[in-house]
Unconditional design. Structure first.
Length: 264
């Protein structure tokens, strides 16, 4: 219920801001470097986590709140993941997860100069809301060497809400996933004006994960008895490039006001 109320408030604030402000909209894409952290300290003694490369793409909406204060929000398809290796057992698990990400970032813009050339840079902070779509990966351990039908490495896909006892041969089941996950964004970037009424934003974003993938259940497999720890958080470093078009909302409003005055 709290999440729904928060979502409604955020959407209302965005709609109110868009109706009043200078608005930019356009595509955004970039690369990412993501990793995970354990919620259980004991797991750090048993496993080693390694980062993975990924990407994200979608649409961005930016509007000016005040003279040099902006609010940025995006709807992104994003990939995240991990490599899990056993310290005391033979194990290598590679996982790639798919998400819909909605970062909401409040930034402050500053003017600078390199020689005689002016430029704009910005700093920002804000929440990140992620919805876990699913994923896939591969696992290799002692069990897959013994029971694997197609070699020692077994590929799998992520399945939600299913009873682990009913898992298919190439499924990893997360019975009680936390599919809506929250995080915190810390950003810095540069803004360019390649042409009139156009803006390009180069953004460097550090994503600090807050929510576990699951608090209650691990990922269960067949044909291995190993369970993938799900009390982990996603973190990442992301670089994005957005090409934005000014919608000219402020100018259209001024035009309407002028027409009304002339009619009177």
């Amino acid at each position: 219920m709290k999440a729904k109320v928060t979502g409604v408030v955020v959407l209302f604030c965005l709609a109110f801001g868009v109706a009043r402000a200078q608005v930019f909209i356009g595509p955004v894409a970039g690369g990412s470097f993501s990793w995970s952290s354990f919620g259980d300290k004991d797991l750090k003694d048993a496993y080693k986590l390694k980062p993975v490369w990924g990407y994200h793409a979608g649409a961005q909406l930016t509007f000016r709140v005040r003279k040099r204060f902006f609010l940025h929000t995006s709807i992104l398809y994003a990939t995240k993941g991990k490599v899990l290796e056993g310290k005391n057992e033979e194990l290598e698990l590679k996982a790639r997860y798919n998400y819909i990400d909605v970062p909401i970032i409040y930034t402050v813009h500053f003017k600078g100069n390199i020689g005689k050339k002016p430029f704009t840079y910005f700093l920002g902070i804000g929440p990140d809301v992620s919805y876990w779509l699913g994923g896939k990966g591969s696992i290799e351990n002692t069990d897959t060497h013994e029971f694997g039908e197609n070699g020692s490495v077994v590929d799998y896909k992520v399945v939600f809400y299913k009873d682990p006892d009913q898992a298919g041969e190439n499924e990893m089941v997360v019975k009680k996933p936390n599919r809506v996950q929250l995080g915190l964004n810390l950003t810095a970037g540069l803004a360019f004006e390649p042409a009139r009424d156009r803006e390009m934003f180069l953004t460097f974003r550090y994503e600090l994960g807050h929510s576990f993938l699951s608090r209650e259940t691990n990922g269960a497999f067949k044909p291995t008895y190993f369970e993938d720890p799900m009390n982990i958080r996603n973190h990442g470093f992301r670089i994005s490039l957005a090409y934005m078009i000014d919608l000219k909302i402020e100018q259209r409003k001024k035009g309407k006001s002028t027409i009304k005055k002339n009619k009177m």
